[in-house]
Design a protein around this ligand. Structure first.
Ligand code: NAD
Ligand code: 89V
Length: 342
């Protein structure tokens, strides 16, 4: 097995999960770190015993020449960093949201394709093991042909405490969280021909929208609903669970609160606990997301070694990002749109 030497840019809130996950993947080591903020850089370097530390990404990539770079910064920096990696022929992983605009995202995909380097977007929610259990069940044909789907994420969890920038942007829930739910809808039900979205802000202390309700028409000929909210106070807080409903010609699939999978088919109903494992470094309630980080990064290592395109490649993610952009346009105009025209 080829050893892979990685470098990480961005030592903030979420990158700690990425560092833990890399440490658990055989044959991969993070050999250098970069952050503009020297205190954050040193904190991460000490936690994970990485001595090579840089405050400048170009200096790090030129000196270290890693086998790949893991970009864990927020969206405004993504294009410059991905183009930097491409210019040095270094394969790159880029956190979601891939880019602030479709133009940036397309330019990043083109830069990597021109340079012949792999590019994966860290779109990890489709790697959550409960979501994969739903997909396996759907693919088995047990419930027949789907004619309705729902991907739902409703919570009142204080995400702003760990990620203060989420309260500050003009855009919030569709770009940050809806993006994951829209990607899950694509993963389960296929690509989308039309989207209708309505958004609103309930929490007066944030700038962007914290509620979104979206209707998707799929190429497969049926519709799904994707709804998300950070203004929903429930008896039991569900963060960060995505709930799924699928109705098919022969039965139904439900992924309910508490990671309970219920499948009703021609032979009756069965229940399964599809709770994600609590990895040694993980903590509740984030363990579901944390496990998906480990799984998507293991997938990247495998794809990089095999020379195959990762599932959530930059090119694939253009379709998810187009849904985000189209959702905002639809909500602003009160209309519906073909995301392929965005
Ligand atoms: P953060 O602000 O805590 O950390 C980002 C770090 O990047 C900061 O320390 C900043 O100094 C550094 N940085 C920014 N530009 C840089 C540059 N050009 N060179 C070097 N360092 C630079 O942000 P975060 O909460 O960790 O989020 C990072 C990204 O991860 C965001 O895009 C966010 O949406 C995403 N995220 C993904 C998930 C997921 O499940 N996939 C979960 C949370 C956050
Ligand atoms: O997964 C994410 O992108 C996070 C959160 C779950 C808090 O929305 O930002």
């Amino acid at each position: 097995m080829r050893e892979l030497r990685g470098a990480l840019i961005g030592c903030g809130f979420f990158a700690r999960n990425q560092m833990h996950a890399w440490a658990g993947i055989p044959g991969v080591s993070i050999v250098a770190l970069c952050d503009r903020d020297a205190a954050r850089l040193d904190d991460m370097g000490e936690s994970f015993a990485v001595a090579a530390r840089f405050t400048d990404a170009a200096a790090m990539l030129r000196e270290v020449r890693p086998d790949f770079v893991d970009i864990a910064t927020t969206a405004p920096s993504h294009r410059a960093l991905v183009e930097l990696a491409a210019s040095l022929a270094i394969p790159a992983i880029c956190q979601k949201p891939f880019a602030p605009t479709m133009d940036d995202a397309r330019a990043m995909v083109e830069a990597c394709e021109r340079a012949g380097v792999p590019l994966m977007v860290h779109e990890n929610f489709r790697w959550q093991s409960p979501i994969r259990a739903v997909r396996r069940c759907l693919a088995s044909g047990e419930i027949g042909a789907p004619f309705f789907g729902r991907v739902s994420f409703r919570s009142a969890y204080d995400v702003y405490a760990g990620q203060p920038y989420l309260a500050e942007g003009e855009r919030f829930i569709v770009e940050d969280l809806g993006i994951h739910a829209l990607d899950i809808a694509r993963f389960l039900f296929g690509d989308v021909t039309r989207i209708t979205a309505r958004t609103r802000r309930v929490n007066p202390r944030i700038r962007g929208e914290d509620v979104a309700t979206m209707l998707l028409d799929h190429e497969a000929g049926f519709a799904s609903v994707v709804d998300c909210s950070y203004a929903t106070r429930l008896e039991t807080e569900r963060f960060p669970q995505t709930l799924i409903e699928i109705d098919g010609s022969e039965g139904t699939i439900r992924l309910d609160e508490g990671y309970r999978l219920t499948v009703t088919g021609p032979d009756g109903t069965r229940h399964e606990d599809v709770s994600p494992p609590l990895l040694p470094w993980a903590s509740r309630p984030w363990h579901n997301i944390q496990e998906s980080v480990a799984l998507i990064q293991a997938h990247w290592a495998q794809a990089l070694r095999a020379g195959t395109e990762p599932d959530t490649s930059g090119r694939d993610n253009l379709k998810t990002l187009a849904l985000v952009e189209a959702a905002y346009l639809s909500a602003a105009a009160g209309s519906s749109l073909d995301p392929r025209e965005v």
